[in-house]
Design a protein around this ligand. Structure first.
Ligand code: SF4
Length: 371
């Protein structure tokens, strides 16, 4: 079995870790490119959402690079994601691609189905049940550490004194984490890595905007598709926080160790506007935006793939959240036709609006006006 897994943010880092832990023959999926999108868009139905097209292109590329087993995840609920592995399998077979598809069902769908599919990847000869749990727990802790480092970097980038210092520190910090495997090594590497980021010189007196990022996980986490929005905003002096991370998505019992607000708190925040799940990350997008409004953020960017059903619903609701809270929310719909210039122009307009709101608030405060 030569395995491959689609790319998405930090996922590649943790797949590398699992390959070492369980001695898996693993082919790294190439980073997304124009070519990936071209292949995926040519094969997929026109109105399929971007993640299906992108992952399809990614699968074709990685099979060409020697992978024969494509690992993907299943799903359930109102969004189409649960069907995607089957659709991708049929499209690839129609194109004559030779591969085997292994679908990992989420634990929340069925613990037994998850365990059985996991055992196809990691048979008992490679890891007994206790060893499997121990190694998965350690891999999860490492995943949290990678995501926390990203979070810290986003909070610092807009305040760095030397341009590029945060990205240099982040690269080093990640390097420290990569070689850590045991619980002790992970704990120590995380301390060192966080200290490396804390060591970056920042100017905390610099006037800055606080901008939250919410939306569908794939476009939120993949810099190729969101035009590296975290760095773009950071380079323009914004302190950025995003509500979504891989760790939070897979962490047991709805806990969100990276965002810091668990599933129940997010649902409670969303409740005045939306009181049930709408699939994908829709509820999180609404709840997190309300949380950012309460925390005094200056703006929120909502990223959604074109035709993403949960996020289209969220987009409508976010209009109300924005008008009731006064928090500017920019929804950016992304597909294979989306151009960088259009996205950047709209982000610049959002930042101008956020600055002008901020100055108006400051003027009101100086004059003692309650808004
Ligand atoms: S959440 Fe949206 S983009 Fe993701 S699979 Fe579902 S419909 Fe597609």
């Amino acid at each position: 079995m030569r395995l491959a897994v689609p790319r998405m943010g930090n996922l590649a880092l943790i797949i590398r870790d699992l390959a070492v832990r369980f001695d898996l023959d693993y082919v790294e999926t190439p980073p997304f490119s124009e070519n990936t999108v071209r292949i995926g868009a040519a094969l997929a139905p026109e109105f399929a959402c971007l993640p299906l097209k992108a992952v399809l292109g990614n699968f074709v590329e990685v099979v060409e690079n020697g992978a024969d087993t494509l690992v993907t995840s299943g799903g359930h609920g109102p969004c189409r994601f649960g069907y995607y592995s089957e659709i991708q399998r049929r499209i690839l077979e129609r194109e004559g691609v030779e591969f085997r598809m292994l679908v990992l069902e989420p634990i929340t769908t069925s613990l037994r189905a998850f365990y059985n599919s996991l055992r196809e990847l990691i048979p008992r000869e490679k890891a007994s049940l206790p060893a499997l749990f121990r190694e998965l727990k350690q891999a999860l802790d490492k995943m949290v550490a990678f995501d926390v480092l990203d979070k810290r970097a986003m909070a610092l980038r807009g305040l760095e004194v030397v341009p590029g210092a945060v990205d240099a520190a982040l690269a080093e910090a990640r390097g420290m984490m990569i070689g850590a495997f045991t619980a002790k090594e992970i704990r120590e590497a995380r301390c060192e890595a966080e200290a490396r980021l804390r060591g970056v010189r920042v100017d905390t007196s610099r006037s800055h905007l606080k901008i939250g990022i919410v939306g569908e996980i794939f476009v939120v986490l993949e810099p190729f598709f969101n035009f590296d929005i975290e760095r773009w905003l950071g380079r323009r002096g914004a302190v950025v926080e995003r509500a979504t991370s891989i760790s939070d998505r897979i962490y047991p019992r709805g806990r969100h160790p990276v965002f810091g607000y668990d599933e129940d708190s997010v649902a409670a925040a969303a409740r005045p506007f939306l009181n049930h799940k709408i699939g994908g990350d829709g509820l999180l997008s609404v709840g997190a935006t309300v949380i950012y409004a309460r925390r005094g953020f200056d703006a929120v960017v909502h990223l959604l793939p074109f035709t993403c059903m949960p996020e289209v619903i969220a987009k409508g609701i976010l209009g109300r959240v924005s008008s009731e809270s006064g928090l500017p929310v920019l929804s950016l719909s992304i597909d294979e036709q989306t151009g960088r210039a259009g996205v950047e122009t709209r982000l610049e307009a959002l930042m101008d609006l956020a600055w002008s709101n901020r100055r108006a608030k400051e003027r009101s405060a100086e004059m003692g006006v309650v808004r």
